[in-house]
Design a protein. Structure first.
Length: 126
């Protein structure tokens, strides 16, 4: 964990931050704490800011655990009830479905970029 984050989260926010998942510090915990500080208009370095950021970190941890647990229990149950196929078939469909969707998104981004380039070229010619 970078030393600069210790100043942001202080002592009380560092423990839950490190215990939950160090991989989600930058993409989940820091934005939650920053948004909570912004919404409550807390001044940096105060006890209120420390408490608010700690509560935001704990809230994101609880939300993450509830979502992960519910999906982890819900998906196998739904698959057993509604889809009587072997597990390898579900895995293969999930992998190729994900690759197909990623390819569609990539193609749409390429089309957007080519359209933007054409518009820029037309504007430069005029």
């Amino acid at each position: 964990m970078p030393v600069s984050l210790l100043n942001v989260f202080r002592i009380s926010g560092t423990l839950p931050l490190l215990m939950a998942s160090p991989r989600n510090i930058g993409n989940m915990r820091v934005p939650c704490a920053a948004l909570a500080l912004d919404v409550t208009k807390s001044k940096s370095g105060t006890i209120q800011a420390e408490i608010v950021s700690t509560m935001a970190i704990c809230g994101s941890i609880i939300t993450n655990l509830v979502a992960t647990t519910s999906f982890g229990l819900l998906i196998p149950t739904v698959l057993k009830l509604f889809v009587p196929v072997p597990a390898w078939m579900v895995i293969v469909c999930a992998v190729f479905g994900t690759l197909g969707i990623a390819r569609l998104i990539y193609n749409s981004d390429q089309k957007k970029e080519s359209t933007v380039k054409e518009m820029e070229e037309n504007a430069a010619e005029a």
